[in-house]
Design a binder for this molecule. Structure first.
Ligand SMILES: Nc1ncnc2c1ncn2[C@@H]1O[C@H](COP(=O)(O)OP(=O)(O)OP(=O)(O)O)[C@@H](O)[C@H]1O
Ligand SMILES: [Mg+2]
Length: 496
């Protein structure tokens, strides 16, 4: 009799079909939809934050998701503290800011987290590269063009060897330490042989430790091979670069690293770790309270370091029936987008990553990635991976066209009627007799289901609209029951 109870599995708290909220009487938004990603558009004051942003945030919080919240505006921390109180998640909040006790050494965490694929130099290099890309390359659109590609490859090689040296000599992996290795690497064979230089060079000291560990059998066969490569790089390859080339390669790293190597950022990201992406995966709500509005570029660095670290942890995790969804939530997301997001978003679906990106329009994203064709392609790839698009009121032509293209065209029939005749047409029209040709019929055309100009007519909340915020919701891959299309209009109510 009890066999039935034994066999029956309790439904998982986070089963994909579980509804998080209802758009209307017929259509739900499920955990599956959340984990397909959401991008929200809307002009300033259109109701993104107080309409769809609030709805998504509070329903994900109620469902117990872990969160990484990236802040641009100074009031976002308080907004999230309020959301957490309202949804019974107050205990789970971690406010990561200079005023609090939390610290996160992102590089060291990546090196030591122990999971499969963790601790590998490429992950650490990619983490640093993503921060550098944001710092150095945005305005130039660096990354794909001729001469830029050379410097990027050379910088990557330098970083790779510096990180490997720290790993193989068992030192802490941090931006300041990577910086020290690069800044103290030898510039000439003479310098390499000089006692004074050897005594003062951090790079040389780490090479000695690496050698010693090899001799003592503290590193395995594969690492011994890597150690030989590292030694060759710093004693030959890097040293033989023309001085001008070398200074460009070094400076593309050092300029950005010097920002991370001082003040608030050094304290927060290069000392110890008492909070990490593992906490986010286990249900904490980490609010990165260095709003870009107040902290400028330091806020961008902080957000991107956290975002990349959580992304890497998500990609590594094993997913089973009881795995908790995690949301990377970014209002004003143009500040935190990077070219590498596209590849993460295309692979994160199965990892229960419920990303929410809000921004005014597509141009914001493209400008943030450096404009041009490469940036446009990256943005289209990022947005193409969002399973749900929500569009609030907007007059941006490009965003309207993008939405209308995603929604698609339909066959429409235009009726036409024409009349022609001789000089006595006016007479025919008055009911008289005369020669007259009339043609009538239909022509077929493929038109947008929703014209780009339609978005300008949506309500934007506030007292004027009785707190009602309108939106168009588009989804990839299924039909809404209420509209029998892959898009529908909906109205959200702002908080009282
Ligand atoms: N709870 C509320 N009740 C009434 N009006 C509100 C409420 N919250 C926001 N508003 C108003 O509704 C409008 C939309 O606000 P909201 O902050 O959501 O816009 P937004 O799209 O996020 O804008 P931005 O791009 O500037 O961040 C604004 O006019 C705002 O003043
Ligand atoms: Mg807003």
């Amino acid at each position: 009799m009890f066999g039935w109870f034994k066999c029956r599995q309790p439904p998982s708290r986070w089963s994909l079909d579980k509804p998080l909220f209802a758009w209307n009487r017929q259509d739900d938004f499920s955990i599956r939809d959340a984990c397909s990603g959401v991008a929200v558009f809307g002009a300033t004051g259109s109701g993104k934050t107080s309409g769809s942003g609030r709805l998504l945030a509070t329903s994900y919080l109620k469902a117990g998701f872990g969160f990484l919240v990236l802040c641009t505006k100074s009031d976002e921390r308080d907004l999230w503290l309020r959301y957490c109180q309202e949804t019974g998640r107050g205990e789970d909040v971690v406010v990561f800011s200079p005023e609090n006790r939390y610290r996160f050494n992102a590089l060291d965490h990546e090196c030591r987290h122990g999971g499969r694929g963790g601790g590998l130099t490429p992950n650490i290099v990619n983490l640093i590269e993503e921060v550098l890309e944001m710092a150095n390359g945005r305005e130039k659109g660096a990354g794909g063009k001729g001469e830029d590609a050379y410097w990027l490859t050379a910088r990557k090689q330098l970083l790779w060897n510096a990180v490997d040296l720290l790993v193989l000599s068992d030192d802490v992996i941090s931006i300041p330490n990577v910086y020290q290795v690069i800044a103290s690497a030898p510039h000439s064979p003479q310098q390499l042989g000089s006692r004074d230089w050897q005594n003062s060079s951090y790079c040389f000291h780490r090479m000695l430790v690496m050698l010693h560990r090899g001799q003592e059998g503290q590193i395995d066969e594969r690492q011994r091979f890597d150690a030989a490569k590292v030694a060759h790089f710093f004693q030959r390859e890097h040293l033989q670069l023309a001085e001008k080339t070398r200074s460009i390669v070094d400076s593309t790293f050092c300029a950005a690293a010097s920002i991370l190597d001082r003040g608030v950022l050094r304290e927060l990201f290069s000392t110890t770790s008492n909070v990490s992406p593992s906490d986010v995966l286990n249900g904490k709500i980490v609010v990165v309270d260095l709003p870009v509005e107040n902290f400028g570029v330091a806020g961008l660095f902080a957000g991107i370091l956290w975002k990349k670290s959580v992304q890497l942890s998500l990609l590594r995790r094993a997913v089973g029936p009881g795995t908790r969804p995690v949301s990377i939530f970014a209002d004003e997301a143009q500040n935190f987008i990077t070219g590498a997001d596209a590849s993460f978003l295309s692979t994160c679906r199965s990892k229960l990553a419920a990303n929410v990106y809000l921004s005014q329009n597509i141009n914001n994203y493209i400008a943030a990635l450096g404009a041009g064709d490469k940036a446009t392609a990256e943005v289209e790839s990022v947005l193409g991976n969002a399973g749900t698009l929500i569009a609030h009121a907007n007059s941006c032509q490009r965003t309207g066209e993008y939405m209308s293209e995603r929604i698609g065209r339909e066959r429409q029939f235009l009726s036409n009627f024409s009349q022609s005749g001789g000089a006595n047409d006016w007479y025919s029209a008055m009911g008289g007799e005369g020669e007259q040709n009339e043609t009538a019929g239909f022509s077929e055309t493929w038109e947008y289901q929703l014209q780009p100009s339609f978005y300008g007519t949506l309500r934007t909340g506030g007292q004027r609209h009785n707190r009602m915020v309108d939106a168009i919701v588009y989804t990839t891959g299924h039909e809404f029951k209420s509209s029998r299309r892959n898009w529908m209009t909906t109205t959200l109510r702002q908080a009282d």
